[in-house]
Design a protein around this ligand. Sequence first.
Ligand code: GLU
Length: 307
Amino acid sequence: MNISDMTSLSSAYRGRFAPSPTGPLHFGSLVAALASFLDARQQRGQWLVRIEDIDPLREVEGASDDILRTLEAHQLHWDESVRYQSDRSDAYEALIEQLRERGHCYYCPCSRKALLENNGKHNPDCNPAQPSPSIPMAIRFHATGARYSWQDLLLGPRFYQSKKQTDDFVIKRKEGFYAYQLAVVCDDIDQQISHIVRGSDLLDSTPPQLALYYAVDVTPPRFGHIPVILNQQGQKLSKQNLAKPIENEHASLNLYQALKALNQTPPEALKSATVDEILCWGVNNWSLDTVPKRQAIQAGWHNTSGL
Ligand code: GLU
């Protein structure tokens, strides 16, 4: 049996990997992609890929294709066609309209700096009935002061007490771009995602995302947050601290190392196995319970140029 035979779908599980095209995949993002892929495939679920290209200011030319090529080189084949968030403005506008009708959001001209200086208090002229064409305004979600809780697939029970006003988050930016929280929830709902396995760097995003699900009366998916990978200096691997791009020609070894980082126990012999064999082993032996229940871990990587 090879990995494509193992993808015959029979469950309601729908997972996804949703990278932002701000650069090529690094080892930390490969670990996140692999964890969500194995979790979906082991449960005979679907696994989708969505390119979150809603922030042209952070986007790097060619990064979307580069990411897809890396997933393909590692045989992390997705179901359905790749979704690009840049094509989804109408859906995001419709969700904002729905939130507006339900009284969950408001126009806000306040700058981040002014809010910080004023303990989160808004200007008296904030929240006009209509946006002004001359003053750039964000649209913010009204935090209700509710307590959010979820049973994290990995970290167990998590709680967050939201704070009225100071936790009001932007859903559409002053520059006219849709905010990550809005777009991610809109697409996870539309794509009927049932399980989100992603890095712990997104833990703080889960409460605002839950707030959006509840605001539109949709049952949220299950969330599981895996550790982020740190470099030898203890910094999260990221494009900002120049994490090395994944080398596609070492796909087997990359996957082997990613399994190790996820605290799975691939036999030594698998190091020189084919990508297909490694993924089959991964699907058959995947255990989310074994993944370290920590928000960050230092993990070695073979890359010739280091982490
Ligand atoms: N696009 C986000 C990122 O690359 C991830 C979104 C998510 O998994 O919820 O950080």
